[in-house]
Design a protein around this ligand. Structure first.
Ligand SMILES: [Zn+2]
Length: 704
């Protein structure tokens, strides 16, 4: 967690998402924004290759490490982490490298650019907003000591927090959106920093709030809530503070734990230094005579575009050897993470590191256990896919580094207007109301569509309460861009529906459900695109895109989670943890997941050494997989059965979107008919993979 925990501006567990810069170096040291509570900026690379370098921003409540990093004051904390999404094992690479299309922003028609006036009509109004925010913050600070007076005092404080939160979201959103379309604009950047400074000050000044709230006994508070209808919307948020309180120590204990914060961050900081500052990336000569310095980006590019297997093999060896050369140091640092997690879990009376990590969102450990067990038994379709790749690429032996080159290149181009219509058409199964709202969302002013000089890369969806959803794209006519549009539009529609239904305090969804909405829309898009073409090659490319997504978002992430689980268990059992031990676990897992479908390369066993989120956000990546499983199961249910059954599932799904963050994610999903503690939910992904790989085999047979 590396020093990125902050006091939660508003003490709501459900407000747990944030927007982070894509570059690791920019967030290390904690570019923390408490007012980001309630944003799900999902950054996607504009190309597959780029994706692996991008950090998908996310956030969670994590008592494991973040509680201690916070002084006695607040027990409600939120931690901001950015995770790289795809990693070495994920083969995706169906799309070609995006063409460079830098536009002059002034020449882009307005309908393809953001209209930020729903946030503020002008910078003058923004300045007024800043003043109002400052005043409200002062007003809130003055409430210290008032909460015990009764339910009206609590209500007053929460309402003020809402006003502050909404205003914070707007002043920040207004600056941030404009900064992202021209990162060179110093005026906007300095205004942005003013918002940051103001909010940081507020975070510190309000640390009293949660501890003071908790001095009111829970039965008293429950009585107050029952007696005061206006407090009803805050019920979930308020009571969650009491749930978390069980793992908060007395003042002495908290004080002692707070002293360990800086030391606890050291292994991750050291990892970052070793893997970014001190690392010397190797140079390799390739078959065409050119020499390449294998930075992570250049390495990914070789794997994704170079059809010479010998070049890929050579690059892989040189690249992994760089990490293997420092394996003992990486192992010692990772051991530092494991020991820290176990120390904090024990200090806070959790039975395991896993239960400590999952407690923030109130997720039972069984979810991860079921995920791992079911996936391990469902690797058949994954291995079939790799064998198909080997055959179609004409390779004698197949290695993990062969997983990135496209089998067929996507030749079709999708102009934006066409893609937009397809996105709208694809969501017809979600009903007329959803489709109409999607049409409005994409009508103009909400999506910043094209690349321009100075614009940040990637894609995201930014929710701003009171102003709606804003999407950043760098649309480039590729198939990948079409799916990215569908993905971000899925997030944005989640925002639209939640914001229209929920009061501010429960409007924001957690990452645990966020990717359900986005992957659902990608799946619907795939269906639509497949219906629109009978060309086997085109169909193959489309299906491969979906298959690669399952490999990257599901199988790879579960393997990672499996590794984290085993490594943490060693720490819990007091077993020795060395480079050899970690290498053996990783090697065994590679065999468990990939079987004989890939040649076992010794150096791949060092992969653990270089995965940033093992160090910066333990037990995090499983959420990609659970989201995917949830959406796979919902899609399956929506796509099969009688019309009445399908309609019922669709209605439940829409309710999930509308519920925002009004309950714990597991509860929200259960109401939608998804129980992540059940094997069947995870099996839905395996079934979907099986079906898609069969489709790939069918289409491949038709291609001459
Ligand atoms: Zn997303």
């Amino acid at each position: 967690m590396s020093g990125v925990s902050v006091s939660r501006m508003s003490p709501s567990k459900s407000k747990t998402s944030a927007r982070i810069t894509e570059e690791r170096s920019q967030w290390k040291g904690g570019a923390v924004k408490p007012w980001d509570a309630g944003r799900e900026f999902d950054i996607r690379g504009s190309t597959r290759e780029e994706n692996s370098l991008f950090f998908w921003p996310m956030q969670r409540s994590l008592p494991l490490t973040s509680l201690s990093s916070f002084a006695l004051a607040s027990i409600s904390v939120l931690a901001t982490v950015a995770c790289s999404h795809t990693e070495a094992l994920s083969p995706p690479a169906a799309a070609p490298v995006a063409p460079t299309m830098t536009h002059n922003r002034a020449e882009i028609p307005d309908k393809y650019k953001w209209d930020v006036t729903p946030i503020f009509p002008s910078w003058v109004a923004w300045e007024d907003g800043m003043k109002a925010l400052d005043a409200k913050m002062g007003e809130f600070a003055a409430l210290k000591g008032s909460l015990a007076q009764g339910p009206q005092a609590v209500l007053h404080a929460y309402r003020l927090l809402d006003e502050i939160g909404i205003l914070q979201g707007k002043v920040e959103g207004y600056t941030e959106l404009q900064r992202d379309t021209d990162t060179r604009n110093q005026d906007v950047s300095s205004r942005f920093q003013r918002v940051q400074a103001l909010s940081a000050r507020f975070g510190t000044a309000t640390a009293w709030f949660t501890p003071e709230l908790l001095t009111i006994l829970q039965p008293t508070m429950e009585r107050w809530i029952a007696q005061t209808p206006e407090l009803g919307i805050y019920r979930f948020t308020i009571l969650d503070n009491y749930r978390v309180q069980k793992h908060v120590l007395d003042e002495k204990g908290e004080r002692l734990l707070s002293f360990s914060t800086r030391a606890n961050d050291t292994p991750d900081t050291a990892f970052q230094e070793l893997s970014t500052s001190d690392i010397k990336f190797p140079k390799v000569p390739l078959a065409d005579g050119k020499e390449v310095t294998l930075t992570p980006g250049a390495y990914q590019a070789v794997l994704a575009t170079n059809y010479n297997q010998a070049d890929r093999a050579k690059s892989f060896e040189a690249y992994l050897r760089t990490y293997a050369a420092n394996a003992n140091t990486y192992a010692a640092l990772y051991n530092g993470i494991l020991q820290r997690d176990w120390f904090l879990a024990q200090a806070r009376n959790y039975p395991s590191t896993l239960s400590a990590a999952l407690d923030g969102n109130n997720i039972p450990s069984a979810v991860v256990d079921t995920l791992v067990t079911t996936t391990r038994q469902g690797t058949g379709p994954l291995q079939r896919y790799l064998r198909l790749r080997q055959r179609l690429l004409g390779l004698q032996t197949y290695h993990l580094y062969d997983g990135y080159v496209p089998i067929f290149k996507a030749e079709k181009h999708y102009p934006y207007e066409e893609a937009k219509q397809m996105v709208i058409a694809s969501v017809a199964p979600l009903g007329a109301d959803y489709q109409a709202k999607m049409k409005t969302l994409l009508a103009g002013g909400r999506v910043d569509v094209f690349e321009n000089e100075g614009k940040r890369s990637g894609a995201y969806s930014a929710p701003i309460y009171g102003a709606g959803a804003f999407m950043l794209m760098n649309y480039n006519d590729t198939m990948d861009a079409v799916f990215t549009l569908a993905h971000e539009a899925g997030h944005s529609m989640h925002t639209v529906l939640a914001f229209q239904t929920q009061p501010y305090v429960t409007a924001n969804y957690t990452i645990f459900v966020a990717e359900v909405a986005s992957t659902m829309n990608e799946r619907l898009m795939l269906k639509k695109l497949l219906e629109s073409t009978s060309d086997p090659k085109e169909r193959f490319v489309l299906v491969q895109h979906a298959v690669d997504e399952i490999v990257g978002t599901f199988y790879t992430q579960v393997l990672f989670a499996n590794f984290e689980l085993e490594a943490h268990r060693l720490a819990e059992q007091g077993q020795p943890i060395t480079a050899d031990v970690l290498k053996d676990i990783y090697g065994r897992l590679l065999h468990d997941y990939y079987g004989d479908a890939v040649t076992a390369d010794e150096l791949y066993r060092y992969t653990w050494a270089r995965i940033p989120h093992f160090y910066n956000s333990p037990y995090y990546v499983y959420q990609y997989a659970t989201c995917f499983a949830s959406s796979a199961q919902l899609y399956k249910a929506m796509d099969t059965g009688t019309a009445a059954e399908r309609a019922a599932v669709t209605a439940r799904y829409l309710n999930l979107l509308k519920s925002g963050g009004s309950d714990y994610p597991m509860e929200l999903l259960k109401k939608a008919g998804v129980d992540l503690t059940l094997r069947a939910t995870v099996q839905a992904v395996v079934d979907q993979m099986d079906e898609l790989v069969s489709l790939l085999e069918t289409e491949a047979a038709k291609i001459k």
